[in-house]
Structures are given as structure tokens and as C-alpha cells.
Design a protein around this ligand. Structure first.
Ligand SMILES: NC(=O)c1ccc[n+]([C@@H]2O[C@H](COP(=O)([O-])OP(=O)(O)OC[C@H]3O[C@@H](n4cnc5c(N)ncnc54)[C@H](OP(=O)(O)O)[C@@H]3O)[C@@H](O)[C@H]2O)c1
Length: 253
């Protein structure tokens, strides 16, 4: 059945796949993002965008390591969305979260925990889907984790998943209706983040050695000890990191 779906963050790394998958399946899609004239923090443009919408998929994001900034963003954005959804009579709020956000003391994760809690106790029927890191995580860290000219590779056990497959799962959930907390979504196999970053670097033409580092503190321990891996009942995606990387083709530096 054709539905009207709003994708908050529909211009982002995963949100743009959610928009593509929804359209490919024949749904009408509205994108909620500042670039499209809708701000989920101020509420500007929100009521108009949600008219006649049946489901909202929230894939908004703020890149931060600050606990205060993360909690402030995800709480405000979630309250704004849920309030507007109630006014518009939206019947389903889906949010994308991250596997293990409640198992590691991380500033950014604190915002995701707060976001999940508001959705869970909110008045709009909901689904919370947690996923592991996207394959793109290796590319993001290759760019961001640097000391001067030297790229660094943090040690982490991860089971990365294709963002496109996360999007497919989210639209499956839209079509199925509100389901509460659903099983984690992870990639087909566990990988070493260090090896992922090195492989991505080689694909960009990088020649030098990329040292592995252990992040200090409880978060670094959680990344290394498997706390952020999916639970055994997780649903597994199909595309491996190596397949994702080779599908990218030559990567420009
Ligand atoms: N990256 C991962 O490995 C991973 C894994 C699992 C789950 N997740 C979750 O997936 C979600 C999306 O992550 P991502 O990496 O795809 O995000 P991203 O690429 O950083 O995209 C963020 C999106 O949010 C929108 N946005 C930000 N502030 C906004 C505002 N005030 N009003 C309206 N829209 C706003 C941005 O659009 P504008 O800039 O145009 O506003 C953009 O579309 C996050 O909640 C994250 O926790 C990520």
C-alpha cells in the first residue's frame, strides 16, 4: 500500500538511502532537513511537512563527542518531532539508533539513549531499530582520525552493515507498523576496524603505514572488548565490508 512517509535527516548518509528505498517501493516521501527548509530543532516548516503523513523515520544526526550537545540535540529534535506528529495525527515514529548505546559511557551515545527513552515513553506508536556501524564508518574515521598528517586507526570490534540494507529494514518496519524494540541489525561478519580503515586507505591510494591505537578510558575498552557487537538474535545484512569497498570503485583522496 502506498504511504506518505517523512524522513527526518533524509539528506544524510543513511537517510538518503531511506528516501531512495521508500520511493523505489512506490511511497510518497517528504524530506525533513534544513537543506529542504525544515528544522527539527526550531520546528520551522515541520507542521506543513507532516500534513497527511502516516510514518516518520528519524535519521537526523549531530556529529559531536560532547555529552551535553548530544543530549540537547536528540532530546529537542525528538520532542519537536513527536509533538508535531501528534498534532498531525502521524501513526508511527521510527528511530534509528546504534547497537550498544547503553553499554558504553560515551558522550554521543548519551544523546541516543535519551532519544530512545523519549520515543519509548512518547504518545506516538513507535519502533526503535538499532544498527551497528555502517561500512562508511571506516571512510569517516580515515578522514577524521588524524594526528597532523598521520592517519590513525582505533582498535574496535565491529560487525559493520551496509547503510542501504539499514534503509531497507527501516522501510520494512514502516510497512509492518509500530513494533516497539525490534532485533538489532548487523552486518554479515565481524571485522577489525583497524583493518577496515587500512583497506579504505589503500583504496584511496594511500601509501604510508596507518598505526593502530587504543582509545583510552571506558569507551575504548568497550570498543575493544566486544560490548558494541550485536546480540545473538540480531538480523544480519548480506553485504560484507570488502564487497562494499569494491563496489565503491576507485576512491578519490
Ligand atoms: N553512522 C553510523 O555508523 C550509524 C550507525 C547506526 C546508527 N546511526 C544513526 O543513524 C542516524 C543518521 O546518521 P548519519 O550518519 O546518516 O547522519 P548524517 O550523515 O550526519 O546526516 C544527518 C542528517 O540530519 C539532518 N539534520 C541535522 N540537523 C538537523 C536539523 N536541525 N533539522 C533537520 N534536519 C537536521 C541533516 O540534514 P541538514 O544538514 O540539511 O539539516 C542530515 O540529513 C543517527 O541518528 C545515528 O545515530 C549511525
Amino acid at each position: 500500500m502506498n504511504m506518505n512517509i517523512a524522513v527526518a535527516g533524509g539528506t544524510g548518509a543513511v537517510g538518503r538511502h531511506v528516501v531512495d528505498v521508500a520511493r523505489e517501493r512506490g511511497h510518497d516521501v517528504r524530506i525533513l532537513s534544513r537543506a529542504k527548509g525544515v528544522d527539527v530543532l526550531t520546528g520551522g516548516g515541520l507542521d506543513r511537512a507532516l500534513a497527511d503523513v502516516q510514518s516518520v523515520v528519524d535519521t537526523t544526526n549531530l556529529s559531536t563527542t560532547s555529552r551535553d550537545a548530544s543530549v540537547a540535540f536528540f532530546e529537542r529534535a525528538t520532542r519537536m518531532l513527536l509533538d508535531a506528529e501528534q498534532r498531525a495525527g502521524v501513526g508511527h515514529h521510527l528511530v534509528l539508533s546504534i547497537v550498544g548505546v547503553d553499554r558504553a559511557p560515551d558522550g554521543y551515545y548519551a544523546g541516543k539513549v535519551a532519544q530512545e527513552a523519549l520515543v519509548e515513553t512518547g504518545a506516538v506508536p513507535w519502533t526503535i531499530q538499532r544498527a551497528t556501524q555502517f561500512h562508511d564508518f571506516a571512510a569517516q574515521l580515515y578522514v577524521r582520525a588524524k594526528l597532523g598528517p598521520v592517519h590513525l586507526a582505533p582498535r574496535m570490534r565491529t560487525q559493520p552493515v551496509a547503510a542501504r540494507e539499514v534503509a531497507e529494514r527501516l522501510i520494512d518496519s514502516v510497512e509492518a507498523g509500530p513494533a516497539g524494540r525490534v532485533p538489532d541489525l548487523a552486518g554479515p561478519r565481524e571485522e577489525s576496524l583497524v583493518e577496515m580503515i587500512r583497506a579504505y586507505a589503500v583504496a584511496t591510494g594511500h601509501r604510508g603505514w596507518i598505526p593502530a591505537i587504543s582509545l583510552p578510558g571506558a569507551l575504548g575498552r568497550a570498543q575493544r572488548d566486544g560490548s558494541l557487537l550485536a546480540t545473538p538474535d540480531a538480523v544480519l545484512g548480506r553485504q560484507t565490508f570488502a564487497e562494499w569497498l569494491s563496489a565503491l570503485g576507485p576512491v578519490r583522496r
